[in-house]
Design a protein around this ligand. Structure first.
Ligand code: ADP
Length: 272
């Protein structure tokens, strides 16, 4: 009897522990949902005033009828640039919130990925040249149709490219696109500061920045690469990095050609 009672008490203890564990993980999941909702709400609230702030500044700067004194123009340009930076950060946070909430889907449409990637590289050409860097773009047409979410592809390419510009002091940034048997492969290489071997597995973690490097003095939040990894993942693809400190880094993104998403093609009959 004692033995049975002992087993009974043991089983009861197990059931209680199990129940406590279940409650704990439920409340953690609840907390996580609350955190995601909070992120999303705050980002939303920040977005509207930012738009209302930047709109008039951009109008004043664009108004050629009333030229501004040079000093004022410089100050407004600085305000504008920093406001835009904040806007990008808010947008990145909102993207994260929707990915975490499971609301984000890659809406894949047939896209001329080669031309689109070259066009995106063009967006950063001025910034690269201003920094004294050469930009080499090698994106020949693909022989098979590829399907990506254009808005997400844009973020992937621009995040990798702007990092390459940011963490390179001399040399060349190269962007290349190739069609392989089963995937479209994008590489963004630079001749920049590089990443130490022990940091390589961490750079895709959210808010992670390589400590103690020259790059630490560059503006940044540690969100860009985490977002790239999420967006590539939503395409069923993968991203990796190879690097040598002092010599440079190469980021490689590989995404399957994919098929058109019915909803996507209806919404965007003409992809960029
Ligand atoms: P950040 O806003 O800090 O640039 P990212 O998530 O884009 O955030 O990158 C994370 C960290 O990885 C950066 O802080 C930097 O230390 C390192 N890193 C990213 N891209 C490069 C690169 N092309 N060359 C050297 N280091 C890089």
């Amino acid at each position: 009897l004692e033995l049975v009672a002992g087993q009974f008490v043991g089983a009861l203890g197990n059931a209680r522990a199990f129940e406590a564990e279940r409650r704990r993980s439920e409340s953690l999941a609840e907390l996580d949902r609350a955190k995601t909702a909070f992120f999303s709400d705050v980002s939303h609230e920040l977005r509207t005033p930012l738009t209302l702030l930047l709109g008039p500044i951009s109008d004043v700067l664009a108004d050629t009828a009333e030229p501004l004194p040079a000093g004022t123009r410089d100050q407004l340009t600085l305000a504008m640039r920093n406001g835009q930076r904040l806007q990008r950060l808010v947008n990145d946070l909102m993207d994260f919130a929707s990915i975490e909430a499971g609301r984000a889907n890659a809406v894949r449409v047939e896209t001329d990925v080669a031309a689109f990637t070259a066009e995106l590289a063009g967006v950063l050409r001025a910034a690269a040249e201003r920094a004294g860097l050469r930009l080499a773009v090698d994106c020949p047409p693909l022989s098979r149709p590829a399907h990506v979410d254009p808005r997400m592809w844009e973020k992937i390419v621009l995040n990798l490219l702007s990092n390459a510009v940011k963490y390179t002091f001399v040399g060349t940034i190269s962007v290349a696109l190739r069609g392989q048997d089963d995937a479209v492969v994008l590489t963004v290489s630079d001749t920049g500061i590089g990443i130490p071997a022990d940091e390589l597995p961490l750079v895709f973690d959210r808010f992670h920045r390589v400590p103690g490097s020259l790059g630490r003095h560059r503006e940044g939040t540690g969100i860009g690469l985490a977002l790239v990894r999420e967006l590539v993942g939503l395409h069923g693809g993968s991203v990796s990095v190879a690097s040598e400190p002092g010599a440079g880094s190469t980021f490689t993104v590989s995404v399957p050609y994919g098929s058109p998403d019915a909803e996507g093609d209806a919404e965007h009959p003409a992809a960029p």
